[in-house]
Design a protein around this ligand. Sequence first.
Ligand SMILES: [Zn+2]
Length: 567
Amino acid sequence: MTFVPDDFDASKWESIEPYVNDLLERELSCSNCLEELIADSSNLAEHISETGALLYINMTCDTEDEGKKNAFLSFVENIRPKLSKFSDELNRRIVNHKSIGDMPPRYDLMIRGIKSDIEIFREENIPLGVEQTKLVTKAQGITGAMTVDFDGKERTFPEMRGFLESNDRIQRESAWKSMVKRWMENSDELSDIFDELITIRHKIALNSGFKSYTNYMFRAMHRFDYTVEDCLTFHKSIEEVCMPIVKKINSERCTSFDLKILSPWDVNEKSGSGPDIAGKNPLRPFDNVDEMVTKLSELFHNMSNDLGTKFDKLVEMDTLDLETRKGKAPGGYQYYLEKSRIPFIFMNAAGLQGDLETMIHESGHAFHSLYCGHLDLIDERDYPIEFAEVASMSMELLTQPNWNIFYEKQEDANRAKISHLEGVVFLLPWIATIDAFQHWIYANPGHTREERKIQWISLRERFGSEMNWEGHEDFRELSWQQQGHLFGVPFYYVEYGIAQLGALQLWQTHRKNPEKALKDYSNAMELGNTKTLPDLFAAAELKLGFDEKHLQSLIGEVEVAMSEIKN
Ligand SMILES: [Zn+2]
């Protein structure tokens, strides 16, 4: 018998409350009472997590339905604040119990996390958190509603992406300019929201007894195994190792376009993508979602029976919503349904190479969830984000030798591989920019907008592509606004860079010995959240390090791989 019945409705506080009271009030005098308490609270948490997940999934699959949106918002506004107060009380109950010292080692990491959560929890921060969520939702509303009239039609920003890769430079330029013009209409409002968010966040940190929001967030995000200094070292390594290659790739682009200097509509600063330098049409790896799914099944079976079977299981369980349609939220994600232990994948596939990469990425997250689904407690399956992205980003690289399944011509498969590898090199400096920007912002919470602009531009000079911004300086100074993480999930970004370090090492192994790499992958993924981040890296035989030499050895191999494909 589970603590909570299977048909339990976790969307109402009235139904959750009796279980919460039981957990907070039951007598804990027997020898394994504490373990039972943890198991029962995990069971309750699985139900609540799954309810939240389904409400979120329903909303993103159908954004035009007000009822679905309100159901999700009501969960966020009514259930979550009550839950955070309850969690704190339960946390205190657990660590203050007299037999906490006798708990088996299995609980060590969990207890470390609980102690840290207790240390930062303050009841007066709960309303500030709600205030923060409202501001973030407001910012998302503003950017999500942005459309432009272009080429005879009203178009959303994701729809405009296609024009930015057009081979017609005049069309690219006018697409880019129309998007920038639209963005600038709301840029002041977005800056106002961001100012408010900084004030709230700094206050949350002070309330919790921290000098800065940075230190507070390192605790809140359970960053126990790397420091602010490690992040700064990582930025420096990225600058030294990646920037010369970024410059080289950009100069090749310049030469083939016959330009002296690139303009912002010639290359995407973040991904390095843009129109094909040989003037070819965008790649089309598949025509429809069924074709993508069938071919991916073949691809994963080619790699290993284990991955193939896991992928087929995702298809059988029918928890995929993959094709793009009106009313669907943009982007892609994997959401694990904790009670059913089923991964759900959401994306907007329109037949592009980027869509294929997204699906492979999200499949990597789903594999991770399936590998660790055998672990009992929700906390044991709640793998750290830095490692979650190893599961997904490494899959993008490890599948490359099989991308030919999607292309009849070898040269098209090669184009896809080169552009993906270039993307790896471009993304790291962007990660460094966003991370360094956040470190500066929260170390200087009283800064003016003018100072913020200067800081952003200096980081873009350090980590960005050389471009001609003449006439668009005002947009450049505010282009950080386009990175939604800065609003919605502060400090969450360096994780992608840390994970890429792991993903690239797995890929290095895979180039020599595919079987070993996949074994290393599953060995580590099976551990879920039961080991520290360095131990998870070690379980996959990966090194966790931020120094230049280490990064050089990884990016050096990316360069080798690119030249192998080109020759
Ligand atoms: Zn991911």
